[in-house]
Design a protein. Sequence first.
Lengths: 125, 180
Amino acid sequence: MELIIGGAFQGKTAYVKENFVISDEDIFVCEKDSAPEFDKKCIAHIERFSYWCVEHGFEPAEYLFEHAENLQDKIIVSDDISCGVVPINKTERAWREANGRLLIKLSKESKHVTRIFCGLSQRLK
Amino acid sequence: MRIFISGGAKNGKSMFAQECAKKLAKEDHLWYLATMEPRDDEDLARVARHRNERAGWGFKTAEWGRNIALHSDEIDCRGTYLVDSVTALLSNEMFVGMAGDINKAAPQKVAAELLDFSEKAENVVFVSDNIHCDAAFYDEWTDSYRAGLAFVDRALAEKCDVVAEFSCGQIIFYKGAELI
């Protein structure tokens, strides 16, 4: 598994496409108001999947590992939502923490963890 | 030499940027390019604080809050410029006129003008801000600005010789560490 993280709009998708030679058809973009699919090579905006989980009473890490096959072959991309002010909204607070737990788990399982900053990469693992 | 520095607020970016500019500058060709256009007493106090912090460093100040390209005749081609900040410049260019108006072409304009400027000066140190790592849903207006700033940051980072992020006073290099 490859985990790619970074702030919003930093060029994570462009990095994935260039470095793993994949196209838009290989990328599933999660949405916070619909159930995810895990059959594509790359799962992008997994932080939105985390939001969907929180709203539906699931723990993202548990849900993902139960429902996704061949996770070890996937490229997973998440916005870093861990900084900034603690959200005043209860769901958003739970979301921020659930996504953090998910990323720690994914980071442990990943072969590489890469952080993108202004389009440039940094290898964290 | 072109240097790009970003990071969260109060992490040591400005002081490092000043030190870099001072080291790179030849004789008295040291410039502080102030981009913030003060709008209230809080802004004026911030300007005064920054001026105090730079006192004695030998910076001359250029106050260009927008339309950098219009100043191309004034650029000191032997100059080392500290551009503080990309964030304020984009804000001036993007939010014009009535509240709620957005100039969506501003990020492309700012990126092109700053890169052009950086080719005319001897050295440029850009300071920007990392406003992209929080858990919040913004209105379209704010999110356009966040995306716009990231666009300018990526364009500058691609061309700069040195790219670094600051975190609690520590520097994280993305490229060019050997040049500093």
